[in-house]
Design a protein around this ligand. Structure first.
Ligand SMILES: Cc1cc2nc3c(=O)[nH]c(=O)nc-3n(C[C@H](O)[C@H](O)[C@H](O)COP(=O)(O)O)c2cc1C
Length: 208
């Protein structure tokens, strides 16, 4: 698959087949995550690979009863370890921690698709309860990523890209800002007209 096929072909999975996923493929997905960019090369992402049925069942109840979690063969919990980030960036640590992990998660989804798998990014969960279930003390929960072979995927359409793009300043929908505002050109045009009239007058007076 080329990059466009991977990016555009990936869709959130709504239902997984029960077929299991090899550990080799899981490692490839995490290796892709580990190649994401991160502030100060902090690589603050941490992963817990969950295949245990009982654990997955307990996760459903703290994720707004999303049954998909229980049905997916593998769930990867992503946490941010902000220790290094706090030393490097102080108050900005949490902000960067989230962004770095989001980049890693997106790599996971794309790699899963590349491997013929599907994925679902789960962001709706009780943070404290998730930490409790997985014995996490200090790290910040970011997401659960469900992985498996897709039986049914999301069908939601994209809004038009044009709706989301502005040029140079918020709200400006005209691409070549040199053309806007038109008033910028009025002095230039009026000068050219004036020069043209002056030349005509001069020519005519010379010919008399
Ligand atoms: C931060 C984040 C949290 C999300 N949380 C959930 C979730 O809890 N449950 C779910 O089914 N999908 C969740 N999604 C998936 C979105 O619903 C999905 O990406 C969106 O509908 C667009 O569909 P697509 O991924 O097929 O392009 C989440 C996505 C993101 C980026």
């Amino acid at each position: 698959m080329n990059i466009d096929e991977i990016i555009k072909g990936r869709r959130t999975v709504k239902k997984f087949f029960s077929r299991s996923v090899t550990f080799e493929k899981i490692l490839k997905i995490l290796d892709a995550a580990d190649h994401a960019p991160s502030t100060g090369n902090s690589q603050n992402w941490r992963f817990i690979i969950i295949t245990d049925k009982k654990t997955k069942k307990s996760l459903v109840s703290i994720c707004d009863n999303q049954k998909l979690i229980e049905e997916s063969p593998v769930v990867i919990a992503v946490f941010s370890d902000n220790l290094k980030l706090k030393t490097l960036f102080g108050d900005k640590a949490d902000f960067y921690g989230i962004q770095n992990c989001a980049a890693a998660i997106q790599n996971m989804l794309l790699k899963a698709h590349d491997l013929g798998l599907g994925s679902t990014w789960i962001g709706k969960f009780n943070e404290e309860k998730l930490k409790e279930i997985l014995n996490v003390e200090f790290q910040d929960p970011q997401a659960l990523v469900c992985i498996g072979y897709p039986e049914r995927t999301n069908k939601l359409e994209r809004e038009p890209l044009n709706y989301k793009i502005f040029y140079e300043k918020w709200g400006n929908k005209i691409r070549d800002t040199n053309l806007w505002p038109v008033s910028k050109y009025i002095p230039k045009v009026s000068n050219q007209v004036k020069e043209f009239i002056d030349r005509r007058i001069k020519r005519e007076s010379n010919s008399k």
